[in-house]
Every structure is written in structure tokens, then in C-alpha cells.
Design a protein around this ligand. Structure first.
Ligand SMILES: C[S@@+](CC[C@H](N)C(=O)[O-])C[C@H]1O[C@@H](n2cnc3c(N)ncnc32)[C@H](O)[C@@H]1O
Length: 240
């Protein structure tokens, strides 16, 4: 099988060449990132060749990044999670082995429909009967509702969501905010793009289609959720 590591080295050499065009560099940076994630994923996969861990953690957070939650087993693509795993490959837990899954500002980063629907089906598989999954995403309806104005509220959203980002100087109109919720493109490789946008209706449809019995709005709880996500997000809790 061709080596992903070798391909990674070749990509880095092309990226270091000042003659590489901007378009090719963008695509290769994305590929280089996927190669790094592939390496992390397969390092864990070697430890858990069946595709699931032995433990049965009662509560699991997916895609928490640096926002770890006490009492939760944290799974993410990159450190500092408890387990590095690419969720597009499935949830590394046994059938009916956890009571609660929490994720926020994660779902919009995986491709729809293939990975998003696979993730929701996997969540149902690993939850115990009556178990629940809480999901928060940027609320596309919130961004679209702000589009007609006034600009002040949009300014506040941009400030709250993007004030620490280099791209802030380029995101200053109401349509820029809509674009960001739908795409979130940034040449800084720290940030991954948004691949699909969600609102309450779409979340309900997604979990209902996968066989969850109820899907309700979730009341924001800052002892679990990242406080900076309160503004402009939509959360639901789906029960198996
Ligand atoms: C925008 S961050 C949100 C972090 C945190 N939930 C918060 O609200 O501050 C998205 C997180 O999802 C993780 N992520 C994206 N795609 C993933 C995948 N395929 N498998 C596991 N984690 C993923 C990223 O590594 C990142 O930590």
C-alpha cells in the first residue's frame, strides 16, 4: 500500500517551494492535515484493532478539543483528548455501552451526509436504551435571521465568535457572517472549515431519521458546555 507518510513528506516539500500556487497550497495543506489525522487515528487503531475500547465510560464527549469536561471520556482527532480517534470512522465504543454523549461545534466539521449520518447512527448504536446525546452547533437560522439587520447585532456576533481570529478584519458585513457559518474558511490550518450548516429543524430530522425516540431543545448548562458557545448556537438532546 502506498505510504501516507511518504506522501506527507512530498507535500511538505511542495509547500516549502515559493513557486507553489496559492490554490495548490490550500489543497495540499488540507491533505497534509488529513495525513496527520490518519496517523493519529491509526496509532489508536493499533491499540484497539476491533474498533472499540474495553472500557464502558458512562459519559463521553466528542470533539471537545481543549474544552475537556470533568467526568467525561473525551474523544477527539487531536490532543489533549483521552482517545485520539477519527469519528468519521465510527464511534470506538461497544454496543449499548454509554449513557450520555455530548458534542458542541463538532458536527458541522464533518461531511454531510455520509459522515454526519454515520455518526448519528453510531451514537444510537453505542447508547444504552434511554441514553441521550446532546448536540450543539452554530445556529444557521440565527445567522440568517440577522442578515436583514441591524448591523449592531451582527457586529456583536462577529466579535463574540471571531474576535481572536486573524480573519476578523475580513469578516465585517452581515453576509460575511452568513458565509462564515456556512463555510468558515480560513487559511490558518488551526481552523477547520464548516462542511454543513444546521438549525433546529435539521437536527430534529437527523436524529429522528436515525431512530431516536425524542429530540428536544436542550437548556444550555455551562457546567458542561463551553460558555463561549451559548451565543448563537442551537442545542438538542435526543433520547434513544
Ligand atoms: C470548533 S472545535 C470545537 C471544540 C469544542 N467542542 C468547543 O466547543 O470549544 C471542533 C472540534 O472537533 C474536532 N473534530 C473535528 N472533526 C473530527 C473528527 N472527524 N473526529 C473527531 N474529532 C473531530 C476537532 O479536532 C476540534 O477539537
Amino acid at each position: 500500500m502506498p505510504s501516507a507518510d511518504l506522501l506527507g513528506e512530498q507535500i511538505h516539500a511542495i509547500l516549502a517551494d515559493s513557486a507553489t500556487t496559492h490554490g495548490l497550497a490550500r489543497t495540499l495543506r488540507a491533505a497534509a492535515k488529513e495525513i496527520e489525522l490518519h496517523r493519529y487515528h491509526y496509532a489508536s487503531r493499533r491499540a484497539w484493532p476491533n474498533g472499540w475500547i474495553n472500557d464502558k465510560p458512562a459519559k463521553v464527549q466528542i470533539g471537545g478539543g481543549a474544552h475537556r469536561i470533568d467526568g467525561f471520556f473525551n474523544i477527539d482527532l487531536v490532543p489533549p483528548a483521552d482517545l485520539l480517534w477519527d469519528i468519521r470512522e465510527g464511534i470506538p465504543l461497544q454496543d449499548g455501552s454509554t449513557a450520555e454523549i455530548f458534542s458542541e461545534h463538532f458536527l458541522e466539521h464533518i461531511d454531510y451526509p455520509r459522515s454526519a449520518k454515520h455518526y448519528v447512527r453510531e451514537a444510537r448504536r453505542v447508547l444504552v436504551p434511554g441514553g441521550r446525546i446532546i448536540t450543539g452547533v452554530p445556529d444557521a437560522a440565527f445567522a440568517l435571521n440577522q442578515y436583514p439587520g441591524p448591523l449592531d447585532a451582527t457586529d456583536e456576533t462577529i466579535d463574540r465568535w471571531y474576535s481572536k481570529r486573524d480573519c476578523l478584519r475580513d469578516v465585517n458585513t452581515r453576509l460575511d457572517l452568513v458565509n462564515l457559518v456556512f463555510r468558515d474558511q480560513d487559511d490558518d490550518p488551526t481552523y477547520t472549515p464548516h462542511l454543513w450548516a444546521y438549525d433546529h429543524e435539521k437536527l430534529v430530522q437527523l436524529f429522528t431519521e436515525a431512530g431516536f425516540t425524542t429530540v428536544e431543545p436542550w437548556t444550555f448548562d455551562s457546567t458542561m458546555a463551553n460558555p463561549k458557545r451559548r451565543w448563537g448556537s442551537v442545542y438538542v438532546v435526543a433520547t434513544r
